[in-house]
Each structure stands twice: as C-alpha cells, then as structure tokens.
Design a protein around this ligand. Structure first.
Ligand code: F6P
Length: 340
C-alpha cells in the first residue's frame, strides 16, 4: 500500500513525532510506501510532495514544527481570489494520480472537518488530532497541548518572582483560540491566583476585588492568567484590557505578557512525543485493517478511533462541572465569576 501524510492548520510540537510514528509503523510493520504532502492541503492541489523513506524519518522525533510545512487553506471553503474553483475535485484527482491507498490528515478541528469531507468524496482517510488548544472533540487530549502547558507554566514561574519583587499584578495571556484548556492547566500548574476562561463569564468587579483581597492578606501581587478567547471589547487584546481594568479599579501596578507563538514552538515534551507516536502507530494499523473514515483518539489511557462523521470540526470546550476548575476553586483560585 502507498500512503500519504499531510499536516495542516497551526503547527505545534509533536507533529514530526506523529509523522515518524505513522511512517515507521507503515514501513517497518506493514511494508508500505510513504510520501509526505507539502504545506497542508495546498500540496494536494499543486502536487508538491516528497518520499518519506525510513531514513528520512530519523532525527525528527524531537524536532518542533512540521518537516512537511503546513497551511490553513480549507479546500471546501471558497476564499476570495480563489484560482482553483473546485479544489476538492482537484484533490481527489491528485490523490489518485499519486496512486495513494490512504491519506493521514494531521490537524485540529478544521483539518478533521476537511478530512471528513474528503472521506465523503470516497478517499481513504485517517484523521490524527493535533493542536496546542486541546479542543478537538472526541479525544481526551491532543499532542501539542502538553508542550504548550509546559511553556506557559515555565513563563508563570518566572512571572511570580518579578511580580513579588515589584509588588505588581502580572497578567499573562495564553493561546487556546475559543477554548480555555491551556489557561486552566497552566494556570493551575503555574499557581495562578486568578484564571479567566472563555467558558466562564467574568465580572471585572469580582476580579478587582480578588486582587484587593490578596493585598489585604499581605500579598500585594497576583498572577492573572487569561485565555486569549475571553470576551473583551477589542479582539486580540485580552491581557492589555484586563491589566488596564485592574489598574483603574485597584490602583495597583499591572503588567501584561502575551506568550503568543512561543507556545507553538520548540521540541515536544516527552508526553507529547509518546502520544504523537501512539497516535501515528494506530493510524498505520487502521490503514492496514482498512478501517477508514476514522480519527485516532485516546480515551482513558486507551488509544482508539472514532468516526470522522462524529468529530467533524466540533470544538471541545471546558465543561461546566470540570473537576480541575472545582479543585482550583476549593483552593481559592478566582475564575472571575464569584470569589471568596
Ligand atoms: O490553533 C492554534 C493556535 O495557536 C490558536 O491557539 C491561536 O488562536 C491560533 O492558532 C493562531 O493562528 P495563526 O497561527 O494563524 O496566527
């Protein structure tokens, strides 16, 4: 069998570990031929790809980003200025021109939606969930997430010392798109005093009071963690807005730090390497067993798969009764809705 691998959407640590997991299992265990599609689904439009023999998969386990390149082009979504009217049709034709028996689509929500639609066009598709946001429905966790949480947590550890020294309120903005998973997990791991999530509506009066309460207890500094997707008047300005509001309401010095793309860069953590490898290995097994139209997933600690039709671009948000939110609240962490 000849299989193609494509990485699409935002990059993250672990994609190369996943490519290696699919490729080595396919080659070593099942004797398959593997090619890598360049730059997301664009590569299936302009037929740019490279062979992925076993020796090309060496040395990439620890490499951040994706050796194949990526793009956010969504073939089923018509964009202004589109030159190729029927991108899906071109992709189907090129899939057959390349003589592919299957295509592994590594990506987040949008990519899994495209994967499902390509599956409905009759292609043999396997989805492999990746994103630092951890918001792909149908799996407990995506690789990239643990690495982003590590990066954000390390930043928070550093902000504690400077907040303490200057008696300041430090507001740190983390990624996550419309989900608060990175903010919640790094906020707890990094000892955040206030954690604002897109999933929980906050009230600035409550936030300001929480900061003042800490000062009254002899802690005139706070670490405020905000998910980039929280509701603020100006898009892409969460940390600045929250910092300014806290200063205006409390008079306490505040500084904002936007972690941005550092959360997407660098080498994957060991956990992400293992998860990406397990996902990749299972993807190759599904292809060998001709179980297509499915996305690899993990539930509990068991690697499994779920029909792409069930996943199709759905977003996994923090649930109302999330246990980690409850445990943090019970320790006095303020989520901006109500505080001790
Ligand atoms: O989906 C991953 C992500 O990093 C989000 O957390 C963030 O909002 C978005 O990508 C940024 O998109 P881009 O890489 O296109 O700037």
């Amino acid at each position: 069998m000849k299989i193609g691998i494509v990485s699409a959407g935002g990059d993250c640590p672990g994609i190369n570990a996943a490519i290696r997991g699919v490729g080595k299992t396919a080659i070593v265990e099942y004797g398959m031929e593997v090619i890598g599609i360049s730059n997301g689904f664009d590569g299936l439009i302009d037929m740019s790809f490279e062979p992925l023999p076993e020796n090309r998969l060496s040395g990439i386990l620890t490499l951040g980003g994706t050796i194949l390149g990526t793009s956010r082009m969504k073939p089923f979504k018509h964009q202004d200025g589109d030159t190729v009217e029927d991108k899906p049709q071109v992709i189907v034709e090129n899939y057959h021109k390349l003589g592919l028996d299957a295509l592994v689509c590594i990506g987040g929500n949008g990519t899994q939606q495209t994967a499902n639609l390509l599956s409905k066009e009759g292609l043999n598709i396997i989805g492999l969930p990746k994103t630092i946001d951890n918001d792909v429905w149908g799996t407990d966790v995506t690789f990239g997430f643990d690495s982003a949480v590590h990066i954000a947590t390390d930043a928070m550890d550093r902000l504690h010392t400077t907040a303490n020294s200057h008696k300041r309120v430090m507001v740190i903005e983390v990624m996550g798109h419309n989900a608060g998973w990175i903010a919640l997990h790094s906020g707890v791991a990094g000892g955040g005093d206030i954690i604002l999530l897109p999933e929980i509506n906050y009230n600035m009066k409550v936030v300001a009071q929480a900061v003042l309460n800490r000062a009254e207890k002899g802690k005139p500094y706070s670490i405020v963690v905000v998910g980039e997707g929280i509701k603020v008047p100006k898009k892409k300005g969460a940390a600045e807005y929250i910092g300014k509001q806290i200063f205006e309401r409390t008079g306490m010095e505040t500084r904002a730090t936007i972690l941005g793309y550092t959360q997407r860069g660098g080498t994957p953590t060991a956990s992400d390497r293992i998860l990406a490898t397990r996902y990749g290995s299972h993807a190759a097994e599904l292809i060998h067993n001709k179980q297509f139209g499915r996305m690899v997933c993990i539930t509990g600690n068991k690697i499994n798969s779920i029909a792409l039709d069930e996943v199709g671009g759905k977003t996994k948000l923090i649930e109302k009764d999330n246990p980690l939110v409850k445990e943090a609240r019970n320790m006095g962490v303020c989520f901006g809705d109500k505080c001790m």
